[in-house]
Design a protein around this ligand. Sequence first.
Ligand code: SF4
Ligand code: SF4
Ligand code: SF4
Length: 573
Amino acid sequence: MNTMNKRKSMIIDGRPVAIEGEKNILDVIRKAGIDMPTLCYHSNLSTYGACRMCVVEGNRGEIMASCSTPPKAGMEIKTNTPRLQKYRKMVLELMLADHCRECTTCEKNFDCELQTMAMKFGLKDIRFENYSIGDEKAERDNSSYSIVRSPNKCIICGDCVRMCSEIQNVGAIDFAYRGSNVEVTTAFDMPLAETNCVNCGQCAAICPTGALVIKSNVDEVWKDIYDPEVKVVAQIAPAVRVALGDEFDLPKGTNVMGKIVGAMKRLGFDEVYDTSTAADLTVIEEANELLAKIKSGNTEMPLFTSCCPAWMKYAEDNHPELVPYISSCKSPMGMMSSVIKAKDARDNEGNKKAKKTKVVAVMPCTAKKFEIHREDQMLDGEQATNHSITTVELADMIRSAGLRFEDVLPEAVEMPYGIASGAGVIFGVTGGVTEAAIRYVIGDRNQIADIAFAGVRGFEGLKEVKIPLDEAGENILSVAIVSGLKNTENLIKAIQAGEVHYDFVEVMACEGGCIAGGGQPFVIGRAKEERSAGIYEADRMSGVRMSADNPVTEALYKNLLTGKAAHHLLHYK
Ligand code: SF4
Ligand code: SF4
Ligand code: SF4
């Protein structure tokens, strides 16, 4: 090895590999094309080094965890030796000894990293007694609308704990007890529903086992589909169309909206609509709320968006002083369900034979399962949205019905809600709500491209945009776009300290927005780039780019959302 190589590279399995700023050996190993096993390393979280699966052997025979060892020039390591294989198998056996092993009935069956790892390492027998049997930890926590906890499937990797505290700033779950009694649990072992959990589902998305899973509502949906007295109406959120394909091995970010409609019709849904249509209503209502706020001179605090239920709960739990500044608009899901129910009620008035309408929302989101039960989201005392299922649950339904998704013929969304603007579709990605609202506020179709390049797009945790509202540039709209609740907390502190001032703040609890929601198929990096590219392409290809130009919303304001009905159906306060 020459001096240059020695200074900048290390030896992995006898081959030199450049060190280019990686913080640990694991990242260098992965760059070298080796799929190093790990159950607890995620580059966006702090390093915990708990699972010990990523161990490597140094040239003096020393064994070290590659995730918590920084690379050094000239360092020599081996990633695959008989000793390491034996060590990893032993670690897996010990994990499985304390693990409920009812794989066939586990929600994570075939999608469990522990199971995959056991298969990869050819584990056929576990030499230790299964001491999870009869364990009091086995009791499931089913209290939350969004998440089910099965502590006896936990391998103490700590991924959820770090996700909940480092990215989401919530800390609803943490380690408790010591030594072999260590557990991941809530404060005082409270049911999750009674904690400050915001239902974002990011812990379940990252959990490598079935210890934290998204609660499934698929059985209730099937029950309604099979009920001849019920008309089952579905709505599909913007971010679902660019993620469902991941479940069926389609290229990441492929827009499968037409296939979703086709598949859902075959599953037995009576009507299938696009939540993006209601997002157009949200844009109009929220932008008008913002303009009225600015006009009134009440601009000391910004108007915060209200479409993310995890953010709403976070604000209520941690910043009740901000609640008055959160928009009064229902989320697009809430608006869509309310409009569907109100129109059906009007159309069926006096018809005793009319079926009962139930709305199923297909969402990228686990917090929506919580939102539909909120008192302030009820419509005339009843749930406006009857069930909220995730993208992954829809894939489960398609599979369980035996539909071959690749063969499903695309179908169009039907009238009377069959048109959505591109502005409504971009709600699925961070910055989309703001971009759509700015289009509406400026109202100039020639500026759509300029708005896209004004700083609203991209995945930075905090984006700031200043938009002149008049040609002279005397009135400037100042906007912040934030995703991830830790980023949100930092922004709130800066606003409250008077360090920054905004007119409008878009908050999405999930980093990157709903395309990376807890209910989306979990692929490495969440395919954010590909999914957002799919969303922006759908916008570009849309015949209607501005919410105000959507003939469906125009017709709704003329025929249904008249007088007090608009506020009653579209606002929660
Ligand atoms: S619940 Fe899941 S993510 Fe959390 S520590 Fe246990 S196995 Fe890891
Ligand atoms: S759902 Fe979100 S807030 Fe709740 S425990 Fe999981 S990561 Fe934390
Ligand atoms: S960002 Fe989207 S997916 Fe995530 S919690 Fe909020 S609404 Fe749900």
